[in-house]
Design a protein around this ligand. Sequence first.
Ligand SMILES: N[C@@H](CCOP(=O)(O)O)C(=O)O
Length: 409
Amino acid sequence: MEALKQFDGHYWKSLFDSRVGKTNWPYGSGVWSKKEWVLPEIDGDDIVSAFEGNSNLFWAERFGKQFLGMSDLWVKHCGISHTGSFKDLGMTVLVSQVNRLRKMKRPVVGVGCASTGDTSAALSAYCASAGIPSIVFLPADKISMAQLVQPIANGAFVLSIDTDFDGCMQLIREVTAELPIYLANSLNSLRLEGQKTAAIEILQQFDWEVPDWIIVPGGNLGNIYAFYKGFKMCHELGLVDKMPRLVCAQAANANPLYVHYKSGWKDFQPVKANTTFASAIQIGDPVSIDRAVFALQNCNGIVEEATEEELMDAMAQADSTGMFICPHTGVALTALIKLRNSGVIGPNDRTVVVSTAHGLKFTQSKVDYHSKNIPDMSCKFANPPVQVKADFGAVMDVLKGYLNKTPKV
Ligand SMILES: N[C@@H](CCOP(=O)(O)O)C(=O)O
């Protein structure tokens, strides 16, 4: 009891030994003694930090080395922003322009968009901030709860329509042709002017050295063109001496660009987009198809696709290295894995994967995966919580089993 009062650690060690047995305990006894807890000095290589300085650029060291044998893999987290996706970059430009138009007494009664969740979140937030009415068309039951609540909370006029994103897009185009509602989807080039700044920022973050590869998830396809535009502008200004190669990554369940690419860019055909965990890119008839094809053709680009199992496994693997990404970034990482495995992307190629939205918008799919609650998916990287009685011995037994399986330092 004296030891317990002093709380010097030895009490806990002896209790542990008596419950689970000394012999299997892999660590030295010193780990429990107070003097071992004097902190050693650390040097720069020891520092565990997600981001370089203040930026949203993450060196994916563990994911790159452990899973792909890569030394120079980076993730650009565009979802670490006000509404949690890259859409903020373009929407601030567009809504600012509308603000100006309204001050000039131009007849703009509101701003509207069709959305799979992120565009509507950004539009509604910036409009609310400026006091401009926003109108959003959402496909009923096809976006995450976190995304649905964003425009609702921001006071947008939300129409939940019994169709898919392509149906909503068609409707908002017809409506904005009739009413003075300003269309905020990415066919509006103001959006792309904002989004292209992510490319410029990447170059700045690498001190104007051009990465070899940029991998971007693609749905409505405005963003792949925005990245092209940003890199192209810097190239033409002489800030950099070459273009990176762009890879557009699609979900196999919504892959019109991939099919088009595989056909050698023959006639484009829209597809019926099937349900995908990458719900923000569940789009079969992308509005920016021509611009995306132009961009990819002009930078020796590639299109890849990811099955549901591939994208969920890639997301889980990335999360296990501390990333907590969205399923769309899982699509982009799958493209990377495929291109790395086929040798197209080399071990030392500087590669940037664009993470488009915050993982917290997609917790349900992560919960389903880690609960192994997805039909026809083995969920091989699932990490379900362990149910255990509120009893010291039971907890210690479970911990012993776990610690015996973990790599020893
Ligand atoms: N994924 C998008 C779909 C619409 O995109 P946009 O960039 O063309 O406006 C979304 O979040 O709504």
